[in-house]
Every structure is written in structure tokens, then in C-alpha cells.
Design a protein around this ligand. Structure first.
Ligand code: ADP
Length: 317
């Protein structure tokens, strides 16, 4: 089967910044690609290029075999919720959803039905008659994401759709995406929240400085890179030599030390011994079990939540 979304050799510069520096990716119908990477990696730029909102400096983007900048038919089969929120502030929530549906070619009745279907998973039922301009930031993001899905698009591009959403709403959004993927949609989904990646049964691509540094399935990435690890942060001053020289240790630019170790508890014991009095400068210690989080940490040197500090690394029970 040919890919619903195909990105070949794409480069995009903004002045001296290479936001995308030679990206190749493909998404098959009925599958989700989770696009991960630190802030500034180029994720939002890629979403905008796939939607035809911008043009690459080099390379090609094909949506259902067409250039999204040239083909209105292809653009109509795309549902995009970019980072920048785009809704009609004077219309109500329900009116917004219907308007997006009709703009994408749905008949009035179908647009109304779909709008009603999406209110609940996006936790918008109680807000259906509220003017969009009077919604909170999080509510606006939910409406903006729901609006991208009204016409049951074949290619879905969502840029951090669950940012700031509470757990119940997060579930609703994931369900709505999974429903469309089960129906054959190809989904590009950016997030910093790794449990969502597993829930979506997504393939993963990690973007760093405009380049894809790895792609794979969740299971494949965990098997290849997801060893358990220790993450240590020290109070003021340089990282003690005994920690940075420890077997399997890597210092990150934010001053934390990651130690890959299949037996993290044992490594911790040995490390405390090696540190001696310097162990009193430890501010945080986290054990990361084999997981996608551990693989992400090993590949990028930071936590997926992006700050990279250990207290944001989840320690599974
Ligand atoms: P991400 O979504 O992964 O955080 P972005 O795609 O937003 O990354 O940004 C990638 C890089 O391109 C960053 O260095 C960002 O500052 C730069 N960039 C993105 N959009 C623009 C723009 N419109 N003008 C100038 N620089 C931009």
C-alpha cells in the first residue's frame, strides 16, 4: 500500500536556522506516527509543511499522492490542528465545529451530526453554546483539535493536541484519534507525553535539530535503547568526577548525569560508594525502568517532558 503521507528529503530554513534538515518519513493509512523531540526540534514546522501551510526549501511532501500546496482535493482530506490556534472567536463551539465541517465539504446535516459526536470526547458538551472567544486557553485548544477531525479526514496532523488537557479529556482525544485511525486515517501526532504513544500503538520518530535520529515501534525502541537507567542531579557546582567517570555515565547539558545500568539499584550502591562525601550534594535520584521513557532518555539525553530534570522522570511503581 502506498503511504498516505510521504516526506522525502525535506529541508526548511528560517534565515540561518535549519528548522528541518533533510527529513524522510512516511505514514501508512490506518497508522499513527508519534513525532517526538525537544522544543525547537522542528515538529511544528513539519506539521505546517504537511498541511501545505508552508513550502519546503527542498524535498517533497505528498499527501495522498498530491502536493498539498497545489491540490485543494488533497487539502480537504487533511485535518490539521497546528500549534497556533485557529477558531472563529465570534461563533459558538457547536457553530465552529459545523462551520469547519461545511468548509471541508460536509453537507449541513452531516456537519451537525459530526459536531455533536465530537462534543463529548473533547469535553465540550457543556460549552456547546458558548462563544469560542470566551473559552479558556485549554478549551480553545480542544475545540481547535476537534475542528480538525469533523470531516473524518484521511490524513490527520495534530500538534500537541493534549497539551494541558486533564487525564479524562486526554483519553477522549486519544479515543477520537484511534477511531479515525481504525477507519483508515494516517495520523501524525506530536507530543511530549510518552504514555500516549503506547496508548496509540504508534510508530515513533524522534526529531532532533531538524533531523530524524531514530524511527521504530515502541517495542523495538525499548528493546534496542530502553535499558534501565539512573538519573542524578547534583546541587550547585560541577558534577563530581566520580559520577561523570562512572561506567555508563553521560552528562547532559542541563547538568544531570544519566547512568545506563541493567541493575540500577546495584549501580546506585556502587555510585554512592564512589562518590563518598560528594553524595551529600545529590539533589535528586531517579530510577528509570526499561520503558519508552528510558529509550528516549538514552537517545536524546533528556526526559521527554523536555526539561530533563530528574523529578520529571516518572519512576514506574
Ligand atoms: P518544535 O515544534 O519541535 O518545538 P519548531 O518547528 O517550532 O520546533 O521550530 C524549529 C526551529 O525553527 C526553531 O529553532 C524555531 O525557532 C525555528 N522556527 C520555527 N518557525 C519559525 C518562523 N516562522 N520563523 C523563524 N524561525 C522559526
Amino acid at each position: 500500500m502506498s503511504a498516505a503521507l510521504e516526506i522525502v528529503g525535506v529541508r526548511r530554513r528560517y534565515g540561518a536556522t535549519a528548522a528541518l534538515d533533510g527529513v524522510d518519513l512516511a505514514i501508512e493509512p490506518g497508522t499513527v506516527l508519534a513525532l517526538l523531540g525537544p522544543n525547537g526540534a522542528g515538529k511544528s514546522t513539519l506539521v505546517r509543511l504537511c498541511a501545505g501551510l508552508e513550502r519546503p526549501n527542498e524535498g517533497t511532501v505528498r499527501v495522498l499522492g498530491e502536493d498539498p500546496r497545489r491540490s485543494l482535493a488533497a487539502r480537504r482530506r487533511v485535518g490539521v490542528a497546528p500549534q497556533e490556534i485557529g477558531i472563529y472567536p465570534q461563533l459558538t463551539v457547536a457553530q465552529n465545529l459545523r462551520a469547519f465541517g461545511e468548509a471541508a465539504g460536509l453537507r449541513r446535516r452531516d456537519a451537525r451530526t459530526r459536531a455533536e459526536e465530537l462534543l463529548e470526547p473533547f469535553a465540550l458538551s457543556a460549552l456547546a453554546d458558548r462563544t469560542a472567544g470566551r473559552l479558556s486557553g485549554g478549551e480553545q485548544r480542544r475545540l481547535h483539535t476537534a475542528a480538525a477531525l469533523v470531516h473524518r479526514p484521511s490524513v490527520i496532523l495534530l500538534d500537541e493536541p493534549t497539551a494541558g488537557a486533564d487525564p479524562a479529556t486526554r483519553e477522549g482525544i486519544l479515543d477520537a484519534v484511534l477511531d479515525l485511525a481504525a477507519d483508515g486515517a494516517a495520523v501524525l501526532y506530536t507530543t511530549h507525553y510518552l504514555p500516549e504513544v503506547e496508548r496509540l500503538d504508534a510508530r515513533v520518530a524522534i526529531l532532533e535539530q531538524g533531523r530524524v535520529i531514530v524511527t521504530g515501534t515502541v517495542a523495538g525502541l525499548i528493546a534496542a535503547h530502553g535499558d534501565a537507567a539512573l538519573v542524578l542531579r547534583f546541587t550547585d557546582g560541577p558534577v563530581p568526577v566520580a559520577a561523570s567517570a562512572f561506567d555508563g555515565a553521560a552528562i547532559q547539558d542541563n547538568g544531570t548525569v544519566t547512568v545506563r545500568a541493567s541493575e540500577p539499584a546495584e549501580a546506585l550502591r556502587a555510585l554512592l560508594n564512589a562518590l563518598g562525601p560528594d553524595s551529600s550534594r545529590l539533589a535528586d535520584v531517579a530510577i528509570v525502568q526499561p520503558s519508552l521513557e528510558a529509550a528516549y532518555l538514552a537517545l536524546t539525553g533528556r526526559a521527554a517532558t523536555d526539561s530533563g530534570v530528574p523529578d520529571l522522570v516518572e519512576v514506574p511503581a
